[in-house]
Design a protein around this ligand. Structure first.
Ligand code: CMP
Length: 176
């Protein structure tokens, strides 16, 4: 359109309301390549793009850090046991309103509710109960930033290793 409001113009100049979010496919689905491919298909259909991907098995400790806000909840021990029981697929997704888009794609936390209220959602299709619910999604821009940092940043000792490597290369280089 030739006439757009000042706000719309600013939004466009800033690149739309493009957001990043943190998505995790949990151990109940992450080992099944067929399911992971189906989920990636749904991500693409929702207009979201995968910026980064990391497959790994999380330690109990890291799961504890990730889910720190649930520390006092009765389901916490079972949650840590489940989340550290096998590989997970971690994704950084981006797109317009990515946080809300991914959360509506995964559906309500409880598999039972998801099956009733959002039968096409990922949790309805692939989850089995309240804890084993196939996928996680950040609930706000602040938690998205925190979760992406926590799960994609190299651990401190790996960063140290890089500095040590650079220092060694410098020291070992012959200078005239
Ligand atoms: P997630 O979106 O990853 O965030 C917290 C997780 O705790 C949630 O998905 C579930 O896996 C788990 N969880 C939340 N509520 C319950 C509950 N009432 N009973 C058991 N597990 C839960």
């Amino acid at each position: 359109p030739s006439y757009i409001t000042h706000d719309q113009r600013l939004l466009r100049l800033r690149g739309g309301d493009r957001e990043s979010t943190f998505a995790m496919l949990k151990p109940d689905v992450a080992s099944d390549t067929h399911t992971v491919d189906e989920i990636k298909q749904r991500i693409a259909e929702a207009g979201l793009s995968i910026e980064r991907e990391r497959v790994c098995r999380l330690s109990r400790r890291r799961c504890g850090k990730f889910y720190a806000e649930h520390r006092t909840r009765p389901f916490y021990p079972a949650l840590l046991g489940f989340m550290s029981s096998g590989p997970v697929v971690m994704l950084e997704l981006s797109g317009e309103s990515a946080i809300g888009a991914w959360r509506s794609l995964i559906g309500p936390t409880s598999t039972e509710t998801a099956r009733k209220e959002a039968p096409r959602s990922l949790r309805a299709m692939y989850g089995s109960d309240n804890t084993r619910n196939a996928a996680h999604g950040s609930d706000s821009p602040a938690s998205a930033a925190r979760e992406i940092r926590l799960m994609f940043q190299k651990p401190a000792w790996r960063r140290l290793e890089v500095y040590a490597g650079l220092a060694a290369a410098f020291l070992l280089t012959k200078r005239e």
